[in-house]
Design a protein around this ligand. Structure first.
Ligand SMILES: Cc1cc2nc3c(=O)[nH]c(=O)nc-3n(C[C@H](O)[C@H](O)[C@H](O)COP(=O)(O)O)c2cc1C
Ligand code: SF4
Length: 401
């Protein structure tokens, strides 16, 4: 396994950690102790939705079912996100130890890594790593000689669809069905894989757990803001001198981040991937945090040379392709938004039709069945709101009433 750390700097996730540390510490504690530290840390899920991890684990821990599952969501399909890849390749000990701790805390014996189809190339090295863990009694039966604590992990390949990263579609895909979102409730914590209570966590969430268990919830929440504790990995791409994966505390201002990555003449920052929000220069004093500019980690930088209508068209084409088609607001809505962009390109979209499209976007946010259709209009609305002048002037301004 290539565990070269490439000189990464960071105060929390990239801080010192020794393989097996969190498992050892967890096994010396009660499940309630671990849940207490997690609550204390105020850790929120890093997969995008920001759900409190302690709440999720507490529900599954309390379930009486004999079978429970821990799923590591390594689908990493959001455009512009590549930080889970770095964790899995360079810091597998953090992710895997976090999964074992989850198994111990909620009373599960089975863990599954749902690995993005395009990450097939890292499957072998992850399997070798799991093998080493079994040899060191960090996986398998009676882990670290703790009687009756059995937990093992298998790797399952993702099916190549963006929606399969959505936790219920992911579970459907694991069950051998089409990757389509389920109606919720019931939630996976109650009725998850094969109907059993299931914790689904992002790769980075599980990696954060290993540090919290080792160093404590109080230590973790020293970093970040009151509502967004700890640090975050950001996958930075686009117009900057130093694209890559950065660990920064939550609460970092967008302008600070732009300076760190060497971005110049920046016109817009897309925070949260294609389904996120496009922030113009006037918003660069905003902070990266759940309570302000929230993101699962994707940051795309656009400089003055970029055409924002082209950027938007690219995002909407992605959503038209990736909509699973189950529900009307998303299946038809994304097509209508894309058609609107094409009209804009040709200077044939009237202002009144454009405001109807924005209204359609807002309806999609409310009426779509899953997070894909609920968030796909975000970039449409924010780019059209924030870059009106550029889009209208750049297209001859012939929009009529
Ligand atoms: C369309 C869509 C794609 C998603 N893709 C991912 C993904 O690739 N990785 C991920 O961790 N969460 C993804 N999520 C969020 C998951 O549904 C879920 O909230 C998350 O895995 C829970 O883990 P967390 O609590 O640790 O954040 C996606 C959600 C949607 C709606
Ligand atoms: S919102 Fe889109 S991706 Fe989600 S269920 Fe509906 S059609 Fe499928």
């Amino acid at each position: 396994m290539n565990q070269e750390k490439k000189d990464r700097k960071g105060t929390v996730l990239f801080s010192k950690y020794t393989r097996g540390e969190a498992i050892k510490k967890a096994l010396s504690q009660t499940r309630e102790d671990i849940l207490f530290e997690l609550r204390e840390s105020k850790l929120k899920g890093r997969g995008g939705a920001g759900f409190p991890t302690a709440t999720k684990w507490t529900i599954v821990a309390a379930a009486t079912s004999k079978t429970k599952y821990v799923i590591c969501n390594a689908d990493e399909g959001e455009p512009g996100t590549f930080k889970d890849r770095v964790l899995l390749l360079e810091y597998p000990e953090l992710v895997l130890d976090g999964m074992v701790v989850a198994g111990y805390t909620i009373g599960a014996e089975n863990g599954i890594i749902y690995l993005r189809g395009e990450y097939e190339y890292m499957k072998k090295s992850l399997e070798d790593y799991l093998h080493e863990m079994r040899k060191d009694k960090l996986l398998g039966r009676d882990i670290l000689n703790k009687k009756n604590f059995n937990f093992d992990v298998t790797i399952r390949m993702g099916s190549g669809a963006y929606v399969c990263g959505e936790e219920t579609a992911l579970i459907e895909s694991l069950e051998g069905n089409r990757g389509e979102a389920r109606n919720r409730p019931p939630y996976p914590v109650n009725t998850g894989l094969m109907g059993a209570p299931t914790v689904v966590n992002n790769v980075e969430t599980l990696a954060s757990v290993s540090h919290i268990v080792t160093k404590g919830g109080l230590w973790f929440k020293k970093y970040g803001t009151d509502k967004s504790t700890g640090s975050k990995l950001f996958s930075v791409s686009g117009d900057c001198e130093k694209p890559g994966v950065y660990e920064l505390p939550w609460g970092t201002q967008i302008s600070e981040m732009l300076e760190i990555v060497g971005a110049k003449n920046t016109k817009a920052v897309q925070v949260g991937g294609a389904s996120g929000t496009c922030i113009p220069k006037s918003g660069f004093n905003r902070i990266l945090a759940y309570e302000d500019a929230a993101t699962g980690g994707s940051i795309m930088i656009f400089n003055e040379s970029r055409n924002m209508l082209h950027v938007l068209k690219n995002f909407m084409e992605f959503f038209v392709d990736e909509s699973c088609g189950q529900c009307t607001p998303c299946r038809i809505g994304n097509v209508k938004l894309l058609e609107g962009i094409e009209l804009l390109e040709h200077g044939k979209c009237t202002f009144s039709y454009l405001s109807q499209l924005k209204e359609l976007g807002r309806t999609m946010q409310i009426a779509s069945k899953c997070g894909l259709g609920q968030s796909s209009p975000n970039s449409f609305i924010s780019i059209l709101d924030n870059f009106k002048e550029e889009i209208f002037d750049g297209n001859g301004g012939s929009y009529g009433k």
